[in-house]
Write a protein that binds this ligand. Structure first.
Ligand code: HEM
Length: 290
């Protein structure tokens, strides 16, 4: 991941070069940066990225009606159909990208099967899209609303890694982990959880647990230790955490360094969170004056 840093910095600078005046920081910066990075890493051509964004939005939205489920199935079909084409191309003509590496990967004689390949690539693309976007969006908003912390971070860029951890804790991109199923009867905080019950773990609530964090409602960019669980915990701990951390540090660091007057362009009450019911926690837009 560290080898990627110069390229992430370059993509960040190119995007920031195009910005001036008042912009929606999500559409102009927080959305395109992670998409460009993950697509480049995997080897997805730039001209196909708009489709990816549209497909991902459908596939991560809650599907509570038959029509929404149908739409999701349809989009999943388009998505895997498209990826199958890319995999076939890389198999015939490998390049220096992750899809080619996955096509060629062998464990002894065993290679990844086509369904394994397609599902892994789809997971990386989806997981790599909507999460880091909201680390940047939610993170910049949290800083703008805590001017003392913003100033501290501007004057001490060495705090960036700690600040990104704190932003993940304070208002992380994933509200809930995927469902778990209790393997045995248990009791958690006085609540009986019977064997076989579905359990939803709120990562956001864990990050605000007063038994673990002093003054959890306060943003503290120098907070250490910071045992948040924004990337999950255990065997399913986020595979992309090092990439997300790198992108968050580079993006937020560059933004603050380049725009000393960065400010919200609307009152905070006018900002809206998107997609109620989704496990993704993010803003619809983030208008800022650069
Ligand atoms: C700030 C950004 C990110 C956050 C907050 C985040 C959060 C999470 C969380 C909470 C989980 C665990 C879910 C569970 O246990 O139910 C997870 C898993 C995962 N994440 Fe991320 N993620 C981020 C970025 C990324 C990126 C950039 C990638 C890919 C490049 C990625 C790939 C994955 C994958 C593949 C898994 C599944 C791991 C497994 O089940 O073994 N994530 N992520």
């Amino acid at each position: 991941m560290e080898a990627l840093r110069p390229r992430v910095e370059q993509l960040t600078d190119d995007l920031l070069d195009g910005l001036s005046g008042t912009v929606d920081l999500l559409e102009s910066f927080a959305v395109p940066l992670p998409i460009q990075v993950i697509c480049e890493l995997l080897g997805v051509p730039p001209e196909d990225r708009a489709d990816f964004r549209a497909w991902t939005t459908v596939m991560t939205a809650p599907a509570a009606t038959a029509a929404a489920l149908e739409r999701r199935r349809e989009v999943a079909g388009l998505f895997t159909g498209y990826l199958a084409g890319v995999v076939a191309e890389r198999r015939a003509d490998p390049r220096d990208d992750l899809i080619s590496a996955m096509v060629q990967a062998r464990d002894g004689d065993a290679a990844l099967t086509d369904p394994e390949l397609l599902n892994t690539i789809a997971l990386l693309l989806i997981a790599g899209h909507d999460t880091t976007v909201n680390l940047i969006g939610n993170g910049v908003l949290a800083l703008l609303r805590a001017p003392d912390q913003l100033e501290l971070l501007r004057s001490r860029p060495d705090l960036l890694p700690a600040a990104v951890e704190e932003l993940l804790r304070f208002d992380g991109p994933i509200e809930r982990a995927s469902q778990r199923i209790a393997l045995e009867d248990m009791e958690i905080a006085g609540v009986r959880v019977p064997r076989g019950a579905w359990v939803h773990v709120s990562l956001g609530a864990a990050g605000h647990d007063p038994a673990v964090f002093d003054d959890p409602g306060k943003l503290d960019v120098a907070r250490t230790p910071n045992r948040h669980v924004a990337f999950g915990h255990g065997v399913h701990f986020c595979l992309g955490a090092p990439l997300a951390r790198l992108e968050g540090q580079v993006a937020i660091g560059a933004l603050l360094a380049r725009f000393p007057g960065l400010a919200l362009a609307v009152p905070p009450t006018e900002l809206r969170r998107h997609r109620e019911g989704s496990i993704v926690r993010g803003l619809v837009n983030l208008p800022v004056r650069l």
